[in-house]
Design a protein around this ligand. Sequence first.
Ligand code: ADE
Length: 235
Amino acid sequence: MSATIRLDYLSIFPDYFDVLHISLLGKAVEHGIVEVHSWDLRDWTHDRHRTVDDTPCGGGAGMVMKPEPWGEALDELLGTEADPSIHIVVPTPSGYPFRQQDAEELSGVTRIVFCCGRYEGIDHRVLDYARERWSVHELSLGDYVLNGGEVAALAITEAVVRLVPGVIGNPESLTEESYSDAQEGLLEYPNFTRPVSWRGLEVPEVLMSGHHGRIAQWRHDRSVEITRSRRPDLI
Ligand code: ADE
């Protein structure tokens, strides 16, 4: 049986992706639902120093990733034929904000290649070249700058893979979390478990009442309250 989804990671630090073999993702890989491959971009260089970067045209600080290793790597992994069913994810602080909806969309595809840049990013022509052949997503995790795309690729991977059918044992747990449809665009309410009394702190009485209507109302009210104070933009 072939995997539901194949994920490739192109990076100068391919070891970052070793963590994909632990936890829930590791189980999905073990069970053959997800196939993962990480590649060292430097394997597509040809000089003694395995150079992947150069100074920016037009001047300025930092270094830019050279297009040739990316081009050769993509050719080798994907061929040169156009195939929009192949998705290329480029994590970058200048990308579109990555949202749950993107995770849902990507969880339904069969192939994603994560291109993880470092330094000041990848020569723009690589993205234009890729856009002509595959479905390219430049995505940002948030309004802050990481040292490279690796950690962002891992975060995107986790958000995507947990939505692939068969990865989460109890799919009902997906429906009531923040950003799910059942939450109507609100952040999730706080959760509690036993013991009912812990270090002088009590589980809210209503949650122990067994009254489903009142519990649902309480949870909804807490969701609205939390969303209003933390993320008023969502209301
Ligand atoms: N690479 C560096 N910073 C990033 C961010 N905020 N989101 C995605 N990729 C990044």
